[in-house]
Design a protein around this ligand. Sequence first.
Ligand SMILES: [Cu+2]
Length: 400
Amino acid sequence: MESLILGVLLVLLITLPTSSCSLITKRFEFNVEWKNVTRLCNTVNVLTVNGKYPGPTITVYEGDNVEIKVNNRGPDNTTIHWHGVKQLRTGWADGPAYVTQCPITKGKSYTYKFTITGQRGTLWWHAHFSWQRATVHGALIIKPRKPYPFPARIRAEIPIILGEWWNEPVQAIEDYMKLTGDGPNSSNAYTINGLPGSLYECSNKDTFIQKVERGQTYMFRIINAALNQELFFTVENHTMTFVEVDAAYTKPFTTTAIMITPGQTTTVLLTTNQSPDSTGMFVMAARPYLTSLFPFNNSTSIGFLQYKTSQTAKLKPQEASLGYIPSSLPKMEDTVFATKFTDILRSLGSTEYPCDVPKQIDKRVITTISMNLQDCPKNKTCKGQIKPAKAYMGRHSPLQ
Ligand SMILES: [Cu+2]
Protein backbone atom coordinates (compact mmCIF):
# COMPACT_ATOMS: atom_id res chain seq x y z
CA MET A 1 0.00 0.00 0.00
CA GLU A 2 2.81 2.35 0.99
CA SER A 3 4.59 1.72 -2.29
CA LEU A 4 1.33 2.39 -4.17
CA ILE A 5 0.93 5.79 -2.46
CA LEU A 6 4.58 6.57 -3.17
CA GLY A 7 4.07 5.58 -6.79
CA VAL A 8 0.98 7.84 -7.14
CA LEU A 9 2.90 10.72 -5.52
CA LEU A 10 5.80 10.19 -7.91
CA VAL A 11 3.50 10.23 -10.94
CA LEU A 12 1.85 13.43 -9.64
CA LEU A 13 5.24 15.07 -9.09
CA ILE A 14 6.33 14.22 -12.61
CA THR A 15 3.12 15.35 -14.33
CA LEU A 16 2.19 18.46 -12.29
CA PRO A 17 3.79 21.71 -13.42
CA THR A 18 6.24 23.26 -10.98
CA SER A 19 5.97 26.92 -10.02
CA SER A 20 8.83 27.82 -12.37
CA CYS A 21 7.23 26.03 -15.30
CA SER A 22 4.53 28.10 -16.95
CA LEU A 23 1.59 26.69 -18.85
CA ILE A 24 1.02 29.97 -20.63
CA THR A 25 2.30 30.24 -24.18
CA LYS A 26 2.32 33.66 -25.85
CA ARG A 27 2.29 33.49 -29.63
CA PHE A 28 3.33 36.18 -32.10
CA GLU A 29 3.80 36.36 -35.85
CA PHE A 30 6.49 38.45 -37.52
CA ASN A 31 6.45 39.14 -41.24
CA VAL A 32 9.85 40.43 -42.29
CA GLU A 33 8.98 42.63 -45.25
CA TRP A 34 9.92 45.78 -47.17
CA LYS A 35 8.27 49.10 -46.53
CA ASN A 36 8.88 52.59 -47.89
CA VAL A 37 9.76 54.91 -45.02
CA THR A 38 10.39 58.65 -45.42
CA ARG A 39 12.66 60.56 -43.06
CA LEU A 40 14.65 63.77 -43.67
CA CYS A 41 12.75 64.10 -47.00
CA ASN A 42 14.30 60.84 -48.22
CA THR A 43 12.22 57.79 -48.98
CA VAL A 44 14.06 54.55 -48.39
CA ASN A 45 12.78 51.04 -48.90
CA VAL A 46 13.64 49.50 -45.54
CA LEU A 47 13.17 46.06 -44.09
CA THR A 48 10.59 45.98 -41.29
CA VAL A 49 8.57 43.60 -39.17
CA ASN A 50 4.86 43.75 -40.05
CA GLY A 51 5.48 47.03 -41.91
CA LYS A 52 6.39 48.87 -38.70
CA TYR A 53 9.50 50.95 -38.00
CA PRO A 54 10.43 50.44 -35.20
CA GLY A 55 8.81 47.05 -35.02
CA PRO A 56 6.03 45.81 -32.72
CA THR A 57 6.48 45.56 -28.95
CA ILE A 58 6.32 42.07 -27.51
CA THR A 59 5.01 41.95 -23.94
CA VAL A 60 5.21 38.74 -21.91
CA TYR A 61 5.33 37.69 -18.27
CA GLU A 62 8.25 36.13 -16.45
CA GLY A 63 7.86 32.36 -16.78
CA ASP A 64 5.87 32.52 -20.03
CA ASN A 65 6.60 30.24 -22.92
CA VAL A 66 7.04 32.34 -26.05
CA GLU A 67 6.54 31.30 -29.65
CA ILE A 68 7.23 33.68 -32.51
CA LYS A 69 6.68 32.57 -36.08
CA VAL A 70 8.95 34.54 -38.39
CA ASN A 71 7.99 34.62 -42.07
CA ASN A 72 10.77 35.89 -44.33
CA ARG A 73 9.10 37.91 -47.07
CA GLY A 74 12.26 39.83 -47.96
CA PRO A 75 14.71 38.92 -50.72
CA ASP A 76 17.62 38.07 -48.40
CA ASN A 77 18.26 35.66 -45.58
CA THR A 78 17.23 36.77 -42.11
CA THR A 79 17.05 35.74 -38.46
CA ILE A 80 15.68 37.41 -35.32
CA HIS A 81 17.73 37.58 -32.13
CA TRP A 82 15.97 37.85 -28.75
CA HIS A 83 18.55 40.13 -27.22
CA GLY A 84 19.27 39.36 -23.59
CA VAL A 85 16.95 36.37 -23.19
CA LYS A 86 18.99 33.74 -21.37
CA GLN A 87 17.69 30.89 -23.52
CA LEU A 88 18.21 28.24 -20.87
CA ARG A 89 18.25 24.90 -22.69
CA THR A 90 17.01 26.60 -25.92
CA GLY A 91 20.27 27.95 -27.32
CA TRP A 92 19.11 27.16 -30.85
CA ALA A 93 16.34 29.78 -30.45
CA ASP A 94 18.77 32.64 -29.76
CA GLY A 95 18.87 33.87 -33.34
CA PRO A 96 22.38 34.83 -34.54
CA ALA A 97 22.69 33.58 -38.13
CA TYR A 98 25.39 30.96 -38.68
CA VAL A 99 26.07 30.83 -34.93
CA THR A 100 23.02 29.16 -33.41
CA GLN A 101 20.99 28.58 -36.56
CA CYS A 102 21.00 28.63 -40.32
CA PRO A 103 19.32 31.79 -41.58
CA ILE A 104 15.67 31.77 -42.64
CA THR A 105 15.85 31.87 -46.41
CA LYS A 106 13.61 33.87 -48.75
CA GLY A 107 9.97 32.79 -48.53
CA LYS A 108 10.56 30.42 -45.62
CA SER A 109 9.39 30.51 -41.99
CA TYR A 110 10.83 29.52 -38.66
CA THR A 111 9.17 29.45 -35.23
CA TYR A 112 11.31 30.46 -32.27
CA LYS A 113 10.30 28.75 -29.01
CA PHE A 114 11.73 29.63 -25.63
CA THR A 115 10.79 30.25 -22.00
CA ILE A 116 11.50 33.44 -20.06
CA THR A 117 13.19 32.18 -16.90
CA GLY A 118 14.39 34.34 -13.99
CA GLN A 119 14.34 37.60 -15.91
CA ARG A 120 12.08 40.64 -15.74
CA GLY A 121 12.41 44.11 -17.24
CA THR A 122 13.22 45.63 -20.62
CA LEU A 123 14.91 43.72 -23.42
CA TRP A 124 14.60 43.98 -27.20
CA TRP A 125 14.61 41.89 -30.33
CA HIS A 126 16.40 42.59 -33.60
CA ALA A 127 17.37 41.01 -36.90
CA HIS A 128 20.72 39.24 -36.67
CA PHE A 129 21.75 39.06 -40.27
CA SER A 130 23.98 41.63 -41.92
CA TRP A 131 22.94 45.19 -40.96
CA GLN A 132 19.22 44.42 -41.00
CA ARG A 133 18.90 45.31 -37.35
CA ALA A 134 19.13 49.02 -38.28
CA THR A 135 15.39 48.92 -39.02
CA VAL A 136 14.27 45.46 -37.90
CA HIS A 137 14.00 45.87 -34.14
CA GLY A 138 11.53 46.41 -31.31
CA ALA A 139 10.96 46.20 -27.56
CA LEU A 140 10.65 42.91 -25.66
CA ILE A 141 9.08 43.64 -22.30
CA ILE A 142 9.03 41.08 -19.51
CA LYS A 143 6.50 41.87 -16.79
CA PRO A 144 7.30 40.53 -13.32
CA ARG A 145 5.16 37.94 -11.57
CA LYS A 146 5.90 39.58 -8.21
CA PRO A 147 5.49 43.26 -7.26
CA TYR A 148 8.33 45.57 -8.27
CA PRO A 149 11.07 45.87 -5.62
CA PHE A 150 10.60 49.66 -5.63
CA PRO A 151 7.57 51.66 -4.50
CA ALA A 152 5.80 52.99 -7.55
CA ARG A 153 2.34 53.46 -8.89
CA ILE A 154 2.97 53.31 -12.59
CA ARG A 155 0.55 55.35 -14.73
CA ALA A 156 1.83 53.90 -18.02
CA GLU A 157 4.80 52.16 -19.60
CA ILE A 158 6.44 53.95 -22.51
CA PRO A 159 8.99 52.28 -24.82
CA ILE A 160 11.70 54.73 -25.89
CA ILE A 161 13.75 53.22 -28.70
CA LEU A 162 16.83 55.22 -29.62
CA GLY A 163 18.12 54.48 -33.10
CA GLU A 164 19.90 55.72 -36.20
CA TRP A 165 18.58 56.59 -39.64
CA TRP A 166 20.44 56.38 -42.96
CA ASN A 167 19.31 58.14 -46.12
CA GLU A 168 20.17 55.06 -48.16
CA PRO A 169 19.64 51.32 -47.71
CA VAL A 170 21.95 50.03 -44.98
CA GLN A 171 22.96 47.17 -47.24
CA ALA A 172 24.68 49.69 -49.56
CA ILE A 173 26.66 51.09 -46.62
CA GLU A 174 27.78 47.66 -45.58
CA ASP A 175 28.73 46.73 -49.15
CA TYR A 176 30.79 49.92 -49.54
CA MET A 177 32.51 49.28 -46.20
CA LYS A 178 33.49 45.77 -47.30
CA LEU A 179 34.70 47.04 -50.67
CA THR A 180 36.91 49.79 -49.28
CA GLY A 181 37.94 48.44 -45.90
CA ASP A 182 36.82 51.78 -44.52
CA GLY A 183 34.63 52.31 -41.47
CA PRO A 184 30.87 52.55 -42.15
CA ASN A 185 29.39 55.87 -43.19
CA SER A 186 27.83 57.78 -40.35
CA SER A 187 24.07 57.69 -40.01
CA ASN A 188 22.19 60.81 -41.11
CA ALA A 189 20.15 61.17 -37.93
CA TYR A 190 19.53 59.77 -34.51
CA THR A 191 15.97 58.85 -33.75
CA ILE A 192 13.57 58.55 -30.82
CA ASN A 193 11.02 55.85 -31.60
CA GLY A 194 11.96 56.04 -35.28
CA LEU A 195 11.57 59.84 -35.48
CA PRO A 196 14.55 62.21 -35.87
CA GLY A 197 12.89 65.24 -34.30
CA SER A 198 12.58 68.87 -35.29
CA LEU A 199 16.29 69.77 -35.13
CA TYR A 200 16.78 67.90 -38.43
CA GLU A 201 15.70 69.17 -41.82
CA CYS A 202 12.20 68.19 -42.98
CA SER A 203 11.45 66.65 -39.59
CA ASN A 204 8.95 68.87 -37.76
CA LYS A 205 6.21 66.32 -38.30
CA ASP A 206 8.62 63.46 -37.60
CA THR A 207 9.03 64.36 -33.95
CA PHE A 208 8.11 61.97 -31.15
CA ILE A 209 5.57 63.39 -28.69
CA GLN A 210 4.53 61.53 -25.57
CA LYS A 211 1.43 62.86 -23.85
CA VAL A 212 1.47 62.58 -20.06
CA GLU A 213 -0.62 63.69 -17.12
CA ARG A 214 0.80 65.87 -14.38
CA GLY A 215 1.52 64.27 -10.99
CA GLN A 216 1.98 60.72 -12.28
CA THR A 217 4.89 58.28 -12.47
CA TYR A 218 5.73 56.78 -15.86
CA MET A 219 7.95 53.82 -16.61
CA PHE A 220 10.26 54.52 -19.56
CA ARG A 221 11.59 51.38 -21.18
CA ILE A 222 14.66 52.68 -22.96
CA ILE A 223 16.49 50.73 -25.66
CA ASN A 224 19.61 51.73 -27.56
CA ALA A 225 19.00 50.23 -30.99
CA ALA A 226 21.67 52.39 -32.63
CA LEU A 227 24.19 50.37 -34.57
CA ASN A 228 27.34 52.04 -33.41
CA GLN A 229 26.91 54.74 -30.80
CA GLU A 230 26.69 55.09 -27.07
CA LEU A 231 23.96 57.65 -26.43
CA PHE A 232 23.07 60.16 -23.73
CA PHE A 233 19.37 60.72 -23.04
CA THR A 234 17.63 63.34 -20.94
CA VAL A 235 14.22 64.89 -20.32
CA GLU A 236 14.22 68.64 -19.67
CA ASN A 237 13.62 69.63 -16.01
CA HIS A 238 12.88 66.05 -14.96
CA THR A 239 14.88 63.44 -13.14
CA MET A 240 14.82 59.75 -13.92
CA THR A 241 15.16 56.96 -11.38
CA PHE A 242 17.11 54.05 -12.76
CA VAL A 243 15.71 50.71 -11.55
CA GLU A 244 16.76 48.00 -14.01
CA VAL A 245 19.32 47.22 -16.71
CA ASP A 246 19.18 44.37 -19.23
CA ALA A 247 16.29 42.70 -17.38
CA ALA A 248 18.00 42.71 -13.96
CA TYR A 249 17.00 45.07 -11.14
CA THR A 250 19.54 47.68 -10.00
CA LYS A 251 19.93 49.67 -6.82
CA PRO A 252 17.70 52.65 -7.66
CA PHE A 253 19.43 55.95 -8.28
CA THR A 254 18.20 59.25 -9.58
CA THR A 255 19.84 61.13 -12.41
CA THR A 256 19.18 64.01 -14.82
CA ALA A 257 20.54 62.02 -17.79
CA ILE A 258 21.54 58.50 -18.67
CA MET A 259 24.16 56.93 -20.90
CA ILE A 260 23.18 53.78 -22.77
CA THR A 261 25.39 51.61 -24.95
CA PRO A 262 24.35 50.00 -28.27
CA GLY A 263 22.29 46.91 -27.49
CA GLN A 264 21.69 47.93 -23.89
CA THR A 265 18.22 48.26 -22.38
CA THR A 266 17.04 49.91 -19.20
CA THR A 267 13.99 50.92 -17.20
CA VAL A 268 13.69 54.33 -15.58
CA LEU A 269 10.88 55.97 -13.62
CA LEU A 270 9.90 59.54 -14.38
CA THR A 271 7.49 61.57 -12.27
CA THR A 272 5.68 64.43 -13.98
CA ASN A 273 6.10 66.91 -11.14
CA GLN A 274 6.88 70.07 -13.10
CA SER A 275 4.74 73.10 -13.82
CA PRO A 276 4.46 73.34 -17.58
CA ASP A 277 4.12 76.60 -19.48
CA SER A 278 1.18 77.11 -21.82
CA THR A 279 2.65 74.71 -24.39
CA GLY A 280 2.87 71.85 -21.87
CA MET A 281 6.07 70.75 -23.62
CA PHE A 282 9.35 69.49 -22.18
CA VAL A 283 12.12 68.45 -24.55
CA MET A 284 13.59 64.96 -24.45
CA ALA A 285 16.89 64.59 -26.25
CA ALA A 286 19.49 62.01 -27.29
CA ARG A 287 22.99 62.57 -28.63
CA PRO A 288 26.09 60.36 -28.88
CA TYR A 289 28.83 60.01 -26.32
CA LEU A 290 31.92 59.79 -28.41
CA THR A 291 35.64 60.49 -28.32
CA SER A 292 36.92 59.34 -31.69
CA LEU A 293 39.15 60.29 -34.58
CA PHE A 294 36.77 58.67 -37.04
CA PRO A 295 34.05 60.58 -38.86
CA PHE A 296 30.69 60.25 -37.16
CA ASN A 297 27.31 61.85 -36.74
CA ASN A 298 27.29 64.20 -33.74
CA SER A 299 23.78 65.61 -34.16
CA THR A 300 20.93 65.53 -31.62
CA SER A 301 17.52 63.91 -31.80
CA ILE A 302 14.72 65.53 -29.82
CA GLY A 303 11.17 64.65 -28.91
CA PHE A 304 8.69 66.05 -26.43
CA LEU A 305 6.99 65.11 -23.22
CA GLN A 306 3.69 66.94 -23.42
CA TYR A 307 1.66 67.55 -20.26
CA LYS A 308 -2.03 67.42 -20.92
CA THR A 309 -3.35 70.89 -20.17
CA SER A 310 -6.42 72.66 -21.38
CA GLN A 311 -4.47 74.66 -24.00
CA THR A 312 -2.10 72.04 -25.41
CA ALA A 313 -4.49 70.14 -27.62
CA LYS A 314 -4.11 72.45 -30.63
CA LEU A 315 -0.34 72.90 -30.46
CA LYS A 316 1.93 71.43 -33.07
CA PRO A 317 5.46 70.32 -32.16
CA GLN A 318 7.14 73.01 -34.24
CA GLU A 319 5.37 75.66 -32.15
CA ALA A 320 7.06 74.54 -28.96
CA SER A 321 10.74 74.80 -28.10
CA LEU A 322 11.93 74.30 -31.66
CA GLY A 323 15.70 73.94 -31.77
CA TYR A 324 16.14 73.75 -28.04
CA ILE A 325 18.56 71.27 -26.46
CA PRO A 326 18.18 70.91 -22.67
CA SER A 327 21.28 71.78 -20.64
CA SER A 328 20.90 68.46 -18.78
CA LEU A 329 22.02 66.60 -21.92
CA PRO A 330 25.75 65.85 -21.46
CA LYS A 331 28.12 67.21 -24.09
CA MET A 332 29.29 64.71 -26.67
CA GLU A 333 32.73 64.15 -25.12
CA ASP A 334 31.58 64.18 -21.50
CA THR A 335 33.68 61.26 -20.29
CA VAL A 336 33.35 62.50 -16.71
CA PHE A 337 29.57 62.03 -16.82
CA ALA A 338 29.85 58.69 -18.66
CA THR A 339 32.34 57.34 -16.12
CA LYS A 340 30.43 58.59 -13.09
CA PHE A 341 27.20 57.17 -14.45
CA THR A 342 28.71 53.73 -15.08
CA ASP A 343 30.34 53.72 -11.65
CA ILE A 344 27.01 54.23 -9.88
CA LEU A 345 25.42 51.19 -11.58
CA ARG A 346 25.00 48.35 -9.12
CA SER A 347 22.78 45.28 -9.17
CA LEU A 348 19.97 45.29 -6.62
CA GLY A 349 21.62 42.45 -4.70
CA SER A 350 18.67 41.98 -2.31
CA THR A 351 17.69 38.74 -0.59
CA GLU A 352 14.97 38.21 -3.17
CA TYR A 353 17.14 39.25 -6.12
CA PRO A 354 20.67 38.28 -5.13
CA CYS A 355 23.69 38.92 -7.29
CA ASP A 356 25.06 35.41 -7.59
CA VAL A 357 28.46 35.92 -9.12
CA PRO A 358 31.31 33.50 -8.33
CA LYS A 359 33.45 35.09 -5.64
CA GLN A 360 36.27 32.58 -5.64
CA ILE A 361 38.76 33.47 -8.36
CA ASP A 362 40.85 30.59 -9.72
CA LYS A 363 42.64 32.36 -12.52
CA ARG A 364 43.03 35.98 -13.58
CA VAL A 365 42.88 36.82 -17.27
CA ILE A 366 43.85 40.16 -18.75
CA THR A 367 42.27 40.99 -22.09
CA THR A 368 43.36 43.89 -24.25
CA ILE A 369 41.45 45.20 -27.22
CA SER A 370 43.00 47.61 -29.68
CA MET A 371 42.38 49.13 -33.06
CA ASN A 372 45.08 49.98 -35.56
CA LEU A 373 45.25 51.53 -39.00
CA GLN A 374 46.86 49.59 -41.79
CA ASP A 375 48.51 51.12 -44.86
CA CYS A 376 46.95 50.25 -48.16
CA PRO A 377 48.73 47.10 -49.44
CA LYS A 378 51.08 47.56 -52.42
CA ASN A 379 49.46 47.52 -55.86
CA LYS A 380 45.96 47.84 -54.33
CA THR A 381 43.57 50.76 -54.39
CA CYS A 382 42.02 51.71 -51.09
CA LYS A 383 39.03 53.98 -51.52
CA GLY A 384 38.22 54.69 -47.90
CA GLN A 385 38.47 58.09 -46.22
CA ILE A 386 40.82 56.53 -43.71
CA LYS A 387 43.28 53.68 -43.77
CA PRO A 388 41.62 50.30 -43.30
CA ALA A 389 41.03 49.64 -39.62
CA LYS A 390 41.92 46.36 -38.00
CA ALA A 391 40.65 45.34 -34.60
CA TYR A 392 42.75 43.09 -32.44
CA MET A 393 42.02 41.21 -29.27
CA GLY A 394 44.93 39.84 -27.38
CA ARG A 395 44.92 37.73 -24.25
CA HIS A 396 47.53 37.33 -21.64
CA SER A 397 47.14 34.91 -18.80
CA PRO A 398 49.81 35.41 -16.17
CA LEU A 399 50.80 32.50 -14.02
CA GLN A 400 49.30 32.31 -10.55
CU1 LIG B 1 21.48 41.75 -29.86
